[in-house]
Write a protein that binds this ligand. Structure first.
Ligand code: ATP
Ligand code: MG
Length: 648
């Protein structure tokens, strides 16, 4: 970014107070902010008591060698024991841990007692396959219970898992297996996707051919489709896991023992292998899940729609909810199979009370129409969450109105693969929410917005989001590359973690995320946020979704180019484009008017649903496309290219 801070353009005046009943009985009240402010480390030491330690930690944070943190370093625990066994020991073995809903309509309820047996058997099987403490296991599975069971079994034996989204190409899988040096791969014959079985094993066969260190491939039978099998290397889950004992004694590991490696989504470039460890990670995953969702494990039914291949699936399907003894829904498939009301049908079927999803999904539901959710009984919902991208105010309001019956609080949670758990979010029983703002750092978290010179911006100012104190679930490094860890996150601003996101503070000091710093546009000397221009476009009744980039321009430095997906009813003509430009001008000011507006049928997204603006910038500037390996559908780019006017 240049030496001018982000322009602060969008004004959003709507406010929503927390519901009185929720506030009266909330897990966390405003006092938590005070406690954490008075004694941040004491606050986290207190939260660590949510876990069951084999050896209680006496140290909280060791920051003697920054930016390499150690949390609760002299404590010992077993993460899987914390997520499973202790709930059974506490008498809650009959509580459902996972309501699994397969895409074809098959379902399966797994209690905590059953989960304990399954995880123990899987842990015994991993041991038989030669997996030892300190090893790495690659996981390439559909959204089925075995994914969570495998992750917990790895944690139980002290092997780090590296989950790779089931749908990445063989090359993407191979590079992740090699980078993590995994000796075992756990996969399935296939999973159900859009109404049909979709094979997974062929990609693993191709990947493993390039990875000689892989000793075995453990294969779950999900679809029953024909599957090539390499004798000696491949093992069916049903053959080896089923015959294991359901007894397995969890060993206690150091709090800093590696728990997993996970690659970032690749929105801004080549994915980075993020390393997370055990005690601090689990403490913050469990605390934030308890606080931000107000989880009441006896009565709530929680559903996070993320894929387990993303950090959201790690922290808010597996570790946070299970550490808290939650009952949750796990869904295998896509939101439109067999019909566009599938999510709402699931909410109704299980009486889901807490729903956690992404802005990309919410914008899609808006596009499909209000009448679809209206056909289902969604009255059980009491807290709605959002994660993954800035949520446009119009999408936020739609979510609250059409899914949340105009009463549920919305928690817009900002965090990253690197942060391991939520960092900035409203608290549902405390915060008066503002559509489009993640608002305040959670208790115990120190975040702010700084300018180019690392000075904190005043209220009303914009700049870069930074984290100013270490936090328990922070990444410990980039796997195998300490220098890249230092360079990427800790070098831009001395002593501060640079998140890579632009942000502003409003007049109350609340934080608004404004998109990636790499995506910020510089127009006639003004830094303008992609998020704000996109939100202005989405607030026009003809626009369902928008992606905005800055393209090199001779007169203004960069010019704003907007790619828009129109709503079904809108027609594309000269007037509409002029109308949209004026709408943005009226909402944000003339400086933010896009120079070009291009209606398109699709936008390029990562598999986690985020818009990849860097590819659109490549298109807008007539360049060759950058890394597309984490794109959902690579044909989208050629579709966009053919739709564009040739001279630009
Ligand atoms: P890469 O780092 O490889 O480019 P990525 O950043 O998309 O990929 P993730 O860790 O999955 O990988 O995503 C974290 C990013 O998602 C954040 O840095 C931020 O840009 C965005 N994000 C997540 N939640 C929110 C939110 N509630 N509001 C705004 N942005 C969010
Ligand atoms: Mg990132």
């Amino acid at each position: 970014m240049s030496n001018e801070s982000l322009a602060n353009l969008l004004k959003e005046e709507r406010r929503f107070a927390p519901p009185a009943e929720l506030a009266a009985d909330a897990n966390v009240t405003a006092e938590a902010y005070e406690q954490a402010k008075a004694d941040r480390l004491g606050f986290w030491a207190e939260q660590a008591k949510r876990l069951t330690w084999a050896t209680e930690p006496t140290e909280t944070l060791d920051w003697s060698n920054p930016p390499f943190a150690k949390w609760f370093a002299d404590g010992e625990l077993n993460v899987a024991y914390n997520c499973v066994d202790r709930h059974v020991e506490a008498g809650n073995g009959d509580r459902v841990a996972i309501h699994f809903e397969g895409e074809p309509g098959d379902s399966r309820a797994i209690t905590y007692a059953e989960l304990k047996d399954e995880v123990s058997k899987a842990a015994n099987a991993l041991t038989e396959l030669g997996v030892r403490k300190g090893d790495r296991v690659a996981v390439y599975l559909p959204m089925i219970p075995e994914a969570a069971i495998t992750m917990l079994a790895c944690a139980r034996v002290g092997a780090a898992h590296s989950v790779v989204f089931g749908g990445f190409s063989a090359d993407a899988v191979a590079s992740r297996i090699q980078d993590a040096d995994a000796k075992l791969v756990v996969t399935a014959d296939g999973g159900y996707r859009r109404g049909k079985p979709s094979a997974l094993k062929p990609a693993i066969d191709e990947a493993v051919a390039k990875c000689p260190q892989v000793e075995h491939v453990l294969v779950v039978r999900r679809t029953g489709q024909d599957t090539a099998f390499t004798e000696g290397r491949d093992v069916w889950w049903d053959d080896i896991v089923a015959r294991q004992s359901a007894e397995h004694t969890p060993e206690a590991f150091d709090a800093e023992h590696p728990l997993f490696i996970l690659y970032t989504s690749g929105t801004t470039g080549k994915p980075k292998g993020i390393l997370h460890t055990s005690g601090g990670y689990l403490t913050q995953a469990a605390y934030t899940h308890h606080a931000v969702f107000d989880l009441k494990p006896e009565t709530d039914v929680y559903w996070c729609t993320a894929d387990i291949g993303w950090v959201t699936g790690h922290s808010y399907i597996v570790y946070g909810p299970l550490a808290n003894g939650a009952t949750q829904v796990m869904y295998e498939g896509t939101p439109d199979t067999p019909h566009q009301g599938r999510f709402w049908e699931i909410v109704q079927k299980y009486g889901v009370t807490i729903l956690y999803t992404a802005p990309t999904a919410i914008r899609t539901f808006m596009k499909w129409g209000d009448d679809i959710p209206a056909k289902f009984d969604l009255s059980s919902l009491r807290v709605l969450g959002s994660v993954g991208e800035p949520i446009n105010p119009e999408a936020w309001v739609w979510y609250r109105e059409h899914i949340g019956a105009n009463k549920t609080p919305i928690v817009d949670t900002w965090w990253q693969t690197e942060t391991g758990a939520m960092m900035i979010s409203p608290l549902p029983g405390v915060t008066e929410t503002k559509p489009g703002s993640a608002q305040r750092p959670l208790p115990g978290i120190a975040a702010t917005v700084v300018d180019d010179e690392a000075n904190e911006v005043p209220n009303g100012g914009g700049g870069y989001l930074v984290l100013t104190e270490p936090w328990p679930s922070m990444l410990r490094t980039i796997w195998g590359d300490d220098q890249r860890y230092i360079d990427t996150y800790w070098s831009r601003f001395e002593g501060k973690y640079f998140a890579g996101d632009g942000a502003k503070k409003d007049e109350d000091g609340d934080i608004w995320l404004l998109g990636r710093v790499d995506d910020v546009m510089l127009v006639s000397g003004h830094n303008i946020s992609t998020t704000e221009v996109e939100s202005a476009l989405v607030s026009h009744p003809s626009v369902a979704e928008a992606a905005v980039v800055g393209a090199a321009d001779e007169t203004t430095g960069q010019a704003i180019v907007a790619f828009v997906i129109l709503r079904g009813s809108a027609t594309e003509d000269e007037n509409l484009v002029a109308d949209l430009r004026n709408h943005v001008g009226a909402t944000l000011g003339p400086i933010a008017k896009p120079k070009r507006i291009l209606p398109v049928a699709e936008l390029p997204k990562t598999r986690s649903g985020k818009i990849m603006r860097r590819l659109l910038r490549d298109v807008a500037e007539n360049r060759e496309l950058g890394d597309v390996t984490t794109l959902t559908d690579s044909s989208v780019m050629s579709l966009i290219q053919t739709q564009l006017p040739t001279s630009s």
